[in-house]
Write a protein that binds this ligand. Structure first.
Ligand code: C5P
Length: 141
């Protein structure tokens, strides 16, 4: 990257954010954010930032261990890439729980939602692009 790009906020801001779609018994796990204030109370697929030298899969497994207290295995992609600007991209993956029961360690609460309920939840804008794919998956289960 050029010095000019660095000054413009290019590479330092270019990172991937990963989120996990956990399905069980025909339902999807949603998590209610507690921060920042403008997103508090809204629902998301849990996840977070991929750190340097981490694969997206390992980052998601780490994030879900931290946020939900579960051991997971990251599976295939679901939904579209969501461009967040300044080179940041948000991607969702299907995730299987290997051990543990999800707990709201870093969220206000968790909810298991079916296809009928999903559209009643106030999803964060970034995650709304995935709703059609999540509904397709829920209706297939
Ligand atoms: O959860 P955390 O604050 O670590 O997430 C880092 C960034 O990723 C935030 O800007 C958050 O809005 C975004 N994010 C998102 N959708 C998710 C998970 C995180 O847009 N499902």
């Amino acid at each position: 990257m050029s010095d000019e790009a660095a000054r413009a906020g290019g590479a330092a801001d270019e990172y991937e954010i990963v989120a996990g779609a956990i399905f069980r018994d025909g339902r999807l796990l949603l998590a209610q954010r507690i921060r920042p204030p403008e997103l508090a109370g809204m629902w998301e697929l849990p996840g977070g930032k991929v750190e340097a030298f981490e694969t997206p899969q390992h980052a998601l497994e780490r994030e879900l261990a931290e946020e939900l207290g579960v051991v997971v295995r990251c599976g295939r992609r679901i939904g579209v890439d969501v461009a967040l600007g300044r080179g940041r991209v948000l991607r969702a993956y299907r995730v299987d729980i290997l051990a543990g029961e999800p707990a709201a360690l870093d969220h206000a609460q968790l909810a298991w939602v079916d296809a009928d309920d999903l559209e009643k939840f106030d999803m964060v804008v970034n995650d709304q692009a995935w709703i059609p794919d999540l509904l397709t998956e829920l209706r297939r289960l």
